[in-house]
Design a binder for this molecule. Structure first.
Ligand SMILES: [Zn+2]
Length: 101
């Protein structure tokens, strides 16, 4: 089985700094966004969370990601939100991607 990173709504960037920050819904674009570092994610079928390659605005609704409703999801990355190549396989790969924006 391929390696992957799951998120239950806690920001994977902040978790590495021991900060427990849960995604909230952005007011304008409907993406999920970390209220601490403004990482943006898009909910994608079947069970993915796509990490966008730009930060959000920090204008958030008081709605947090509900893991009981949306579950733990596989983190994927740009440039394409499709295909196995987009699955982030480990923390090194995640951090390399996060360093690009
Ligand atoms: Zn964060």
């Amino acid at each position: 089985m391929e390696n992957q990173i799951l998120s239950d709504g806690h920001c994977p960037e902040c978790l590495q700094k021991n900060i427990k920050s849960i995604f909230q819904e952005n007011i304008t674009n409907g993406y999920w966004e970390c209220p601490t570092c403004n990482l943006q994610l898009q909910m994608l079928a079947p069970n993915h969370l796509g990490i966008l390659d730009e930060r959000g605005t920090g204008k958030l609704k008081p709605i947090t990601y509900d893991k009981n409703r949306w579950g733990e999801r596989v983190l994927i990355r740009r440039p394409q939100f499709e295909g196995d190549d987009c699955i982030i396989k480990n923390l090194n790969e995640l951090n390399d991607y996060l360093a690009t924006f």
